[in-house]
Design a protein around this ligand. Structure first.
Ligand SMILES: [Zn+2]
Length: 112
């Protein structure tokens, strides 16, 4: 059985809410998601990151598009990048994409 995960991620990658605000938000989300028919439970976790961290969607990632040249970016390149930063996170989102060599930001890529 697979799980469905909804991640709420700030648009500013350097921002995180204060703990009290995160707790209030989690409480509101809990009220809005009472569970599914048949007894499926809803679990809400608030996760904090000390560094810039990719929230990976795993097998749900279909493709990554380049916003500059429109090409599909090799997901193996993406996987290698995540693996290289899995322990320490990212110091910056700056990246040079392999398709056209353009300097851009990881949050500017077109994730499908
Ligand atoms: Zn490109």
């Amino acid at each position: 059985m697979s799980d469905d995960v909804l991640s709420v991620i700030p648009t500013d990658p350097h921002w995180q809410p204060e703990p009290a605000a995160a707790d209030r938000t989690a409480s509101i989300v809990e009220d809005l998601t009472p569970g599914l028919p048949g007894g499926a439970d809803v679990e809400i976790d608030v996760t904090w990151h000390d560094t810039l961290t990719v929230v990976d969607c795993g097998q749900n990632l279909q493709k990554i598009g380049c916003p500059h040249c429109g090409a599909s970016i090799d997901t193996e390149w993406w996987g290698d990048l995540l693996e290289a930063h899995c322990d320490d996170g990212f110091a910056t989102l700056a990246v040079v994409v392999p398709c056209c060599g353009t300097a851009t930001s990881l949050d500017a890529l077109d994730y499908d």
